[in-house]
Design a protein around this ligand. Structure first.
Ligand code: UD1
Length: 419
């Protein structure tokens, strides 16, 4: 088991560079198998566990993968299998993008059901609705999903739920469909736009990504290209929140400030100074007492659910009672049971939580129950008076590139141990 040992109380200072977005690069990797003979060359790819797993999937179906120094070169010419089964795909969520890509490429796909963080039910009914609407039949077992279509035909699809995964998956399946596919009530997250941009760079005809309606005019072939995905706004937001909690002056580089507006707005409301400078953001630790706030997580451009847990760690240090309404997932407050070990008081009622902050956090042994919970506990550990441990950090390695090394560079005392 891997864990972090953190000697808390060291103020963070300096510059930290954000890596490429996990939630953009994973579907982009899945989309790369739609290319013809020419290589897809992806730059600045972070070697986080989920990326390594996705590359293994591409190799397992016959793709050629060369991943060195952050450059992933993928050749899909010899991909022959439409099956992605076994343990690997069920260890992370984004493996389900192979359903859309393989359906697009082979008109059939058999993919193990995805895993991912235990933060709620996470059904895939909207994906299935989309595949069926394009003309596919769907067989769903407790282990895999099998989709098959004689022909994929463009149509209108109105999603009942705004879903990042369903929006991207149906986009992937529809690029080669006959005619025009119109997706309504789609997710507008920056990574949805990035995947559409990537597909368009390969030769697709997708319009409207970033709005409520996406139109995909089917084409016959896609070609390899070079591409660099957007910076990770969740990683950037995590460093902003860490800086607000225990920073003096931290500059976060390689960011798109527009993507971080919901976080910036909340930090300003708490009483933190946030300065946007082009492609970087500087966060200055508070000199006066912070104010409790209300947060509601929503789809983009609302406050991202993935930053709700890191924000919970910050609110633990804000005197008074803050409230969080979690509107995206039904079970994303498990980390509060861990913060309680540090002296934090909280109450949960359905999808709402209230956190009553304390002046200082006690050190504790904490268990990371999922990726963003892990980030939250690490921030809390950085703030505690004494030595804390965060266990089960495999979750964190799935999504944060060199988290401990980047924090060390900012002055944190954090050590990775394998026991
Ligand atoms: C993606 C992100 C995750 C982020 C989430 C919301 C990846 C790999 N993961 O997850 O980090 O927290 O977006 O920004 O990109 N839903 C349904 N039916 C469906 C699909 C979704 O009811 O068919 C519900 C989900 O249970 C959830 C909500 O819709 O309550 C949003 O889910 P969705 O946007 O699909 O999240 P993911 O793509 O799983």
């Amino acid at each position: 088991m891997k864990k972090f040992v953190i000697n808390g109380g060291k103020r963070l200072n300096g510059e930290v560079e954000v890596s490429t977005s996990k939630n953009a690069i994973l579907p982009i990797l899945a989309a790369s198998i739609l290319a013809d003979k020419k290589d897809v060359i992806l730059e600045c790819v972070p070697s986080i566990t989920d990326v390594e797993r996705m590359l293994l999937i591409i190799e397992s179906i016959g793709g050629k993968v060369d991943f060195n120094n952050g450059v992933a070169c993928i050749n899909s010419e010899n991909i022959s299998s439409f099956e992605v089964l076994g343990e690997n795909p069920s260890k992370f969520r984004a493996s389900y993008y192979m359903i859309g890509s393989l359906l697009g490429r082979f008109k059939k796909a058999k993919v193990a059901l995805p895993g991912g963080c235990p933060i709620g039910e996470r059904p895939i009914d909207q994906h299935i609705k989309g595949f069926k609407a394009l003309g596919a039949t769907v067989e769903l077992t407790s282990e895999y999903i099998y989709v098959e279509a004689k022909e994929l035909i463009g149509t209108n699809i109105f999603f009942d739920v705004v879903s990042v995964g369903a929006t991207i998956n149906i986009m992937l399946a529809a690029v080669f469909a006959d005619g025009v596919t119109t997706l309504e009530n789609v997710a507008k997250e920056p990574h949805v736009v990035d995947v559409a941009n990537f597909l368009n760079t390969m030769g697709a005809n997708i319009k409207g990504a970033g709005t409520d309606v996406i139109r995909i005019s089917g084409i016959k072939k896609l070609s390899g290209c070079m591409y660099q995905a957007i910076p990770d706004q969740i990683e950037a937001g995590t460093y902003m929140i860490a800086a607000a909690a225990i920073g003096e002056e931290v500059t976060i580089t390689n960011v798109i400030p527009k993507h971080l507006e919901p976080v910036t707005a909340k930090l300003l409301e708490i009483g933190i100074e946030v300065i946007e400078n082009g492609e970087s953001i500087t966060v200055k630790g508070a000199k006066t007492a912070l104010k409790p706030i209300k947060i509601q997580t929503l789809q983009y451009p609302g406050f991202p659910t993935d930053l709700q847990q890191p924000m919970g760690a910050l609110l633990s240090l804000v005197e008074g009672t803050s409230t969080i309404s979690e509107r995206v997932y039904e079970n994303r407050f498990l980390y509060l049971t861990q913060l309680e070990k540090m002296g934090v008081k909280y109450a949960i009622e359905g999808r709402d939580a209230s956190i009553t902050g304390t002046k200082s956090l006690n050190p504790a042994v904490l268990i990371a129950t999922d990726l963003r919970a892990g980030a939250s506990l690490i921030i809390a550990g950085l703030c505690a008076n004494g030595t804390s441990e965060v266990l089960d950090i495999d979750h964190v390695d799935r999504g944060y590139y060199k988290f401990d090394e980047k924090l060390k560079k900012l002055g944190a005392d954090i050590t990775r141990l394998e026991v």
